[in-house]
Design a protein around this ligand. Structure first.
Ligand code: ING
Length: 319
């Protein structure tokens, strides 16, 4: 018995600041058509796939910042992506900057999220995730070769109906979403693992150079795969990680988009730094081999010994 899902990792090369949404959507559609030619049923696009990675710049004019955000999804620029995907009966995952006026559950305040959606093969949004682990910093730090101001431009969602690592029944399986820095934190996968996740979809924009820790730069691709492969294996789930990469406005970002099996093995990978589709036929039933044995959570976990994980934020060494 197998539950096959043919997945396409739709990697993007750099998006120039001046590139219009229409030009970007043309690139997304080109990858969608490649996917259709290969029998792909689900296409995964990167984080913030509609614009350049704008948190690399310090901006103070809110109108300039908000130009990078979407107020509706689908919106004027993305409607044709939804229409074509539905026509071809291909689902997709798309990362974008989401501006929510009078957000419910947020006391009516305007909120700005780093968001990803899951769209089914009929073109319906069946899942939405707002990035929880926002890396970087909130104030201008001119010592850096480039900024990483996600903590300035995005809000962390409140826990509740919209906030959190969720898993949805879709594509005849259990699919979850996360975004970029989330993939480095084991809690991300485990919270979804505790909901039975069979495939985690994520996009990332990861500079090769990390200003606070340049000694990590040569390991950036290794850390990328290490994090996703560990998350996959330790939770018996597929992981699809898709890069926005290459040189984007002078900033070099890693590629390495990969489709990873519940075994932790990379079964497909992009090999360029540009727009490229990597495809794999994924049997969702392969998750059971791990979820019912080594990582049978109900049998083996001992949460009474894990309380520090939720009770404590920063590390506190013994006296
Ligand atoms: N980007 C990076 C990421 O987590 C980063 C930020 C780079 C953190 C290198 C640590 C080291 O992949 C985003 N957008 O989260």
């Amino acid at each position: 018995m197998a539950r096959w899902l043919t997945v396409g990792a739709a990697q993007l090369g750099g998006i120039a600041r001046a590139e219009t949404r229409a030009q970007v959507v043309d690139r997304l559609l080109a990858l969608l058509h490649q996917a259709h030619a290969m029998g792909v049923e689900l296409v995964v696009y990167p984080e913030l796939a509609l614009t350049t990675f704008f948190p690399r710049w310090f901006m103070t004019d809110q109108a300039e910042i908000d130009a990078f955000f979407e107020r509706t999804m689908p919106g004027p620029a993305t409607q044709r992506l939804f229409d074509e995907a539905a026509r071809l009966k291909i689902g997709f995952c798309l990362g974008y900057a989401e501006l929510v006026a009078d957000a419910e559950g947020e006391g009516g305040r305007t909120r700005r999220y780093n968001t990803a959606i899951l769209v089914d093969r009929a073109g319906t949004i069946v899942g939405r995730y707002r990035k929880i682990h926002l890396p970087g910093h909130a104030e201008h730090e001119p010592w850096r070769r480039f900024q990483h101001l996600e903590k300035r431009y995005f809000d962390v969602p409140e826990p509740g109906n919209e906030g959190g690592f969720k898993v949805w029944r879709a594509f005849d399986g259990l699919l979850g979403l996360c975004i970029c820095n989330d993939r480095r934190w084991p809690e991300t996968y485990r919270v979804m693992g505790l909901q039975g996740v069979e495939m985690v979809l994520l996009g990332y924009n990861t500079p090769v150079h990390n200003p606070p820790a340049p000694e990590h730069d040569t390991l950036s691709l290794f850390h990328n795969h290490l994090s996703m492969q560990a998350g996959a294996y330790q939770n018996g789930t597929w992981v699809v990680g898709v890069a926005k990469c290459g040189i984007e406005e002078g900033c070099e970002m890693i590629g390495g988009s990969a489709i990873i099996a519940p075994s932790g093995e990379i079964v497909a990978q992009c090999a360029t730094q540009g727009d490229e589709l990597a495809v794999a036929r994924c049997d969702l039933d392969r998750c059971a081999s791990y979820k019912t044995t080594t990582f049978n959570f109900a049998v083996h976990r001992q949460p009474q010994h894990y309380t520090l994980i939720t009770d404590r934020k920063g590390a506190v060494p013994p006296d």
